[in-house]
Ligand binder design. Sequence first.
Ligand code: RFL
Ligand code: PHB
Length: 389
Amino acid sequence: MRTQVAIIGGGPSGLLLGQLLHRAGIDTVVLERRSRDYVLSRIRAGVLETGLVDLMHEAGVGARMDREGFIHDGTLIAKGDEQFRIDFERLTGRHVMVYGQTEVTRDLYEARDAAGAPTLHDCRGVKPHDLDTAAPFITFLRDGAVHRLDCDFVAGCDGYHGPCRQEIPTEVRREDEKTYPFGWLGVLSETPPVSDELIYANSARGFALCSMRNATLSRYYIQCDLSDSPDDWTDDMFWDELKRRIPAEAAERLETGPSIEKSIAPLRSFVCEPMRWGRLFLCGDAAHIVPPTGAKGLNTAASDVHYLSNALKRFYHDRDDEGLERYSETALARIWKTERFSWWFSSLMHRYPDQSAFDLRIQQAELAFLRDNEAAQRAMAESYVGLPY
Ligand code: RFL
Ligand code: PHB
């Protein structure tokens, strides 16, 4: 088997890259470890920057998102029973789109099928070879046989736990990481959202977030201990705790119901540099992780895909490899700014086990500054709606 760009990982990064390249006449094969149902059952991101919305259109998969997604012009920030609004539209002239990652992924799979581009699921032991030559290849196990895929380039879109990053020799690979001493317990429920806009709540009992997927499907999160397991939390316990962390008027309106998904995600900041090694290019969670406060993970993956797809188009169409040469540097410049924002917003909203009385006062002052200062709100809004590509 041979292709131009072999894509390891059939999550949103790999599929979006594949679709953009396909539209530019560049062949790809996507190798995915899991089944399609498994990939589509992962409940993750819900907020898309306009940069990602534009990429979905460029990939020819924007129609359902335009029909079913919700434009959000602002967000609410709560502290105890007080809340204030960050007005994205007034502060930046821009907005975000609420449309689930699951739907993004489904639309991309369908477009890929319609284009007849190959996606191989249930691939095991995926291993890239000869990445530092002009003729890399990948070996993998599928349906009981070993296969070989020859290619010009390998896109490592295999998420945080994937094997691609490890191919960059340790002498040239640098990894910076911060772990946070808490996680997010998330619940999806078939109930109408408590608010038209997201509520990010800083409470004395810990952070809470009210989000949504559509008019009848809500997504809620509460900060929890890293040692907690979803089974420790009955639905009633979850709703009681959420109500205590959000403003009383929202708690009174909150409609509860059975959870249809419940999971815990640890919070982490992580960046791997460089994002290119020979003919291997990393995209998305394979190279970097942000804590979910601020909804940047999928959006940062999308900006990588934007830079890499353009670089590959320049290479194949104009025989110009400058975009590929500069990919790592260009992508990382934006990633670090987004890492800063996600770290800052996480620090602002959570309770830390080792937070001193002084730290707490500083956090309260920072929240008051954001509430009262338009320049601070604009800085926050610019990052939330997405920094330019
Ligand atoms: P993914 O989605 O992890 O996909 C990687 C794919 O690679 C496959 N894979 C392999 N395939 C072949 N061989 C191997 N050896 C392989 N190993 C792995 C995996 O099966 C998988 O299909 O990475 P990708 O494509 O880079 O996409 C990144 C996003 O998924 C991620 O950044 C976001 O979900 C993060 N995130 C959010 N991002 C946002 O922009 N906005 C949000 O609102 C938001 N909310 C969230 C989030 C992540 C969360 N969790 C659970 C971590 C909320 C949560 C709770
Ligand atoms: C979500 O809806 O899953 C979501 C929204 C905003 C975030 C994180 C997650 O900051």
